[in-house]
Design a protein around this ligand. Structure first.
Ligand code: CTP
Length: 396
C-alpha cells in the first residue's frame, strides 16, 4: 500500500453505523487519508458532522452536485480512492452493489471506480441467511470484492446471532492486509523488535529506559503495509499495535531474547530497534526492599548482547541494528556494525533536535560499510520506509 493510502469509507444505514467512526480512526492511525460517503439511511443513525470533523473532509451523500462540489462527485471520489471500504454494509447496499445498481453517491462511486472494494456486512441473522443476501454476497466475492465478516454476536434486535458487523479492529487489519498483498515486500517475513525493556529490582521496582517504541512500531507498520509478514516483539508501552502484525509482548531482556530468537528462525530479516537494557540487578529481591537512611547501592550485571549472536549466525538473512549515541556517533556506530555482524546500522544521535525518544520524527544516518548516508529530519514512518528500501535493495 502507498504510504498515504486513500480510502473511501462507505457508511450505510444500520445500528452499526456508529462503529464506522472507530474504523475511520483506525485507518487514520495506519496513515490512511479517509473520505466518507454516507447513504441517506446512514444519516438517520449518525450525523455527517461526526465524520466531517474526524476526516477533515466534507461528507458526501448526494448524487447531484451541491454548490461548490466538483462537477461529478462520484467519479472524482471513485478515481481518488485506492480502496473503497463499505462498513457497515446493509443487505440493501450489498444487493445494489451485487446487481450494479447506482442510485446514490456511494453506489455510483463504487461503480465508477477501479479501486479495490471491501465490504463488511451487518444485518439481522434472518436477512443474512436469506438466499437473496447469500447470492448477493457470493456475487460480490466473485467480482473480487473482499468480504470482512460478519461475526456472531448481539444484534440490533437484542437477539444473538450471525450478522453482527466485524470488530472494527479486524476491519482495519484486513483492509490494510488486503491492500498490502501487492506490496513490494510481499512474500518476505520480518521480525521487528521495539520499545523498552524492564528489569526488576524487587516486586515493586524496576529499571528501564526512555524508549517508547515509536520507531519499531513504524518499521513494523510500514513493512506490513508493504506486504511483508511481520512479527513485532514489543516491550511495554501504550502505542496502538500496527494492524495486521503478529504482536508478541515482552518485558525483560530474556523474554525479548527468547521471542526474537524463535521468530528469527523462519524470517528473512530482523530489524532490532528495541532498547535493550545493558544491565540488570544481580539479585532480584523477593521482598520489597525497605527504606534505609544510608541509601542503597544496586549491584548490576551485564545482560548478554544477543544481537551479536543473531548477527553471527544470520546465514544470509538481513540484520539491521540501531545505535543510540550521544557522542562520536559515526565511529561508534561503525564499530557496532562490525562487532555485531550487522548488514546495516541506523545511527540515532540523541543530541539532534527532532531525534530520539517519544517524538514522531527522527534524524538518522544509515551506515552499511560503504559511505554513511545522513538523512534529513523526517517522520519515523519515512525513516522506516528508507530502512525497508535499503533491505529490499539487498534482495534485488
Ligand atoms: N542491543 C542488543 N542487546 C544489548 C544491547 C543492545 O541486542 N544488550 C542491540 C540494540 O537493539 C541495537 C544495537 O544492539 O540494535 C545497539 O544498541 P545500543 O544501545 O546503541 O548500543 P550497545 O551495544 O548497548 O552499546 P553502548 O550502550 O555501549 O552504546
Amino acid at each position: 500500500m502507498p504510504s498515504k493510502m486513500r480510502v473511501l469509507l462507505g457508511v450505510s444505514g444500520g445500528i452499526a453505523a456508529h462503529k464506522a467512526v472507530e474504523v475511520l480512526r483506525g485507518l487514520q492511525r495506519e496513515g490512511a487519508e479517509v473520505r466518507v460517503a454516507m447513504t441517506s439511511a446512514a444519516r438517520k443513525f449518525i450525523q455527517p458532522l461526526t465524520f466531517e470533523a474526524l476526516s477533515g473532509h466534507r461528507v458526501y451523500t448526494e448524487l447531484f452536485p451541491e454548490a461548490g462540489d466538483p462537477e461529478v462527485v462520484h467519479v472524482e471520489l471513485g478515481e481518488w480512492a485506492d480502496l473503497i471500504l463499505v462498513a457497515p454494509a446493509t443487505a440493501n447496499v450489498i444487493g445494489k452493489m451485487a446487481n450494479g445498481l447506482a442510485d446514490d453517491l456511494l453506489t455510483c462511486a463504487v461503480l465508477s471506480s477501479e479501486a479495490q472494494v471491501m465490504v463488511a456486512p451487518a444485518m439481522e441473522t434472518a436477512m443474512y441467511r436469506h438466499p437473496a443476501s447469500q447470492r448477493n454476497l457470493q456475487r460480490l466475492a466473485d467480482m473480487g470484492y473482499r468480504l470482512i465478516g460478519p461475526e456472531e454476536g448481539a444484534l440490533a434486535s437484542g437477539r444473538n446471532g450471525m450478522g453482527r458487523l466485524a470488530d472494527p479492529k479486524r476491519i482495519v487489519a484486513e483492509a490494510v492486509s488486503g491492500a498490502a498483498t501487492s506490496g513490494d515486500l510481499a512474500g518476505r517475513k520480518f521480525v521487528v523488535t521495539g520499545g523498552r525493556t524492564e528489569e526488576d529490582i524487587d516486586p515493586v521496582r524496576f529499571i528501564t529506559n526512555r524508549s517508547t517504541g515509536k520507531m519499531g512500531y513504524a518499521v513494523a507498520r510500514r513493512a506490513r503495509q508493504r506486504g511483508a509478514e511481520v512479527v513485532l516483539v514489543s516491550g511495554p508501552g501504550n502505542l496502538d499495535p500496527p494492524a495486521g502484525v503478529d504482536l508478541i509482548r515482552v518485558r525483560t531482556v530474556s523474554e525479548l531474547r527468547a521471542a526474537t530468537e524463535s521468530a528469527f528462525e523462519g524470517a528473512d530479516a530482523l530489524v532490532m530497534t528495541a532498547a535493550v537494557l545493558d544491565f540488570r540487578p544481580r539479585v532480584v529481591s523477593n521482598a520489597k526492599i525497605k527504606k534505609n537512611a544510608n541509601g542503597l547501592t544496586l549491584d548490576l550485571v551485564a545482560n548478554e548482547d544477543f544481537l551479536v549472536g543473531l548477527g553471527a549466525r544470520k546465514d544470509g538473512r538481513i540484520v539491521v541494528g540501531f545505535a543510540m549515541e550521544t557522542e562520536n556517533g559515526l565511529s561508534n556506530a561503525r564499530k557496532k556494525l562490525e562487532e555485531k555482524f550487522l548488514d546495516l546500522i541506523v545511527l540515532n544521535d540523541l543530541n539532534v533536535p527532532g531525534a530520539g525518544f517519544g517524538v514522531d520524527t527522527n534524524v538518522v544516518t544509515l551506515i552499511d560499510g560503504g559511505e554513511a548516508e545522513p538523512l534529513p529530519k523526517m517522520s519515523k514512518h519515512e525513516v522506516a520506509d528508507r530502512i525497508l528500501d535499503w533491505v529490499k535493495e539487498r534482495w534485488t
